[in-house]
Design a binder for this molecule. Structure first.
Ligand SMILES: [Cu+2]
Length: 344
């Protein structure tokens, strides 16, 4: 193979043909490393909602047309390279080829694709897909505030929706521009301070779908994730009823002590726990914190160990995030954890 021979000519470690072949194999494998990206969810190629399915269909149409054009052009180029005659074997020669191949055919292709794009765009409009349920999502550096205004629920980094029906979303931001994206369910929508963008989501199957911020918004942009949890109406209603409850009151000495620590350590300056003196709104609402799947906007799974790490050193888990470290003692931390873990 020419490449192996080329490597053999190099001095030093490439002189042995056996090693050079190994290097060649490594190079070939490395060239396919990008394929690894196809494995991990969430993928726009595995749509789980009507909107994502339409976007994916449009993408495949464009990909198909693009591939066909590429193959025809490459075929013509090869003909030009390897035929001695300057004439093509069919009637399209000279100016005719330029006019037909360079103007008329591209024009037809672009018009057809434009048509597909317009129909897809109009089918995806928020007006056409209004749902009975409205959810407000507010982007913060680097987490998501989620509100159900009619149900008077506030949560974070988690959007629960009933499966099989459109849900209306109102998107905005509290600081910089963020972008809301659940690849398996829909395209992206910007979240702009001072402006409300209408959007919608629909999941066709129950499940958990990752969402992410798709607009660079600062240090922890990469750890600004959320989960959409789609479930059957009945389970969704149960979730609503549970979230509408005020926070669980402490039932043991330890959890009571935990609540006291929470207030004394001034956590309530930034966090709300309904039914207590903690009413801050700079950080996520913690009223039902223990029922959530993740911690720090998808930075880690929500568990007691992760929570301990977060409270003592939030920057170890998510460097640069806007929660300060706290200096609670070991016993205070135990109580605080017990309390936070009781907030189902
Ligand atoms: Cu963001």
């Amino acid at each position: 193979m020419w490449f192996a021979k080329l490597l053999d000519k190099q001095e030093g470690m490439f002189v042995n043909p056996k090693t050079s072949r190994t290097y060649l194999h490594i190079l070939i494998m490395a060239a396919f490393i990008w394929l690894v990206g196809c494995e991990a969810a969430p993928s726009t190629f595995a749509p789980k909602g009507v909107a994502a399915a339409q976007i994916s269909r449009l993408w495949w149409i464009m990909f198909g047309v693009g591939t066909a054009v590429y193959l025809v052009v490459m075929g013509l180029m090869l003909l030009g390279l390897f035929r001695s005659s300057t004439r093509l074997p069919f009637a399209l020669n000279g100016r005719r080829l330029v006019v037909v191949g360079g103007l008329i055919i591209p024009l037809i292709i672009l018009i057809v694709i434009y048509g597909f794009t317009l129909t897809t765009l109009s089918a995806l409009g928020p007006e056409e897909n209004q749902g009975p349920l409205t959810i407000e999502v507010i982007g913060h550096q680097w987490w998501w505030e989620v509100r159900y205004p009619d149900q008077q629920i506030t949560t974070a980094n988690e959007i629960h929706i009933p499966v099989g029906q459109p849900v209306t979303l109102k998107l905005t931001s509290d600081d910089v521009i963020h972008s809301f994206w659940v690849p398996e369910l829909h395209g992206k929508s910007d979240m702009i301070p001072g402006r409300i963008n209408n959007f919608w989501l629909q999941a066709d199957e129950p499940g958990e779908y990752w969402g992410l911020c798709a607009e660079f918004c600062g240090t922890q942009h990469a750890k600004m994730l959320f989960v959409v949890v789609a479930k059957p109406q009945e389970q969704f209603d149960q979730w609503l009823a549970q979230q509408q409850q005020p926070a669980a009151a402490p039932t043991t000495d330890l959890t009571q002590q935990g609540l006291d620590v929470f207030i004394e350590a001034d956590c309530g300056r930034c966090h709300t726990i309904s039914g207590t003196d903690a009413t801050g709104d700079f950080g996520p609402d913690l009223t039902h914190f223990a029922s959530r799947l993740t911690l720090g906007a998808g930075a880690v799974r929500n568990s007691q160990g992760a929570l301990a790490g977060w409270v003592v050193d939030p920057h170890g888990v998510k460097p640069g995030n806007l929660m300060p470290s706290s200096d609670v003692s070991g016993t205070e931390l135990q109580a605080l954890l017990a309390y936070l873990e009781s907030l189902e």
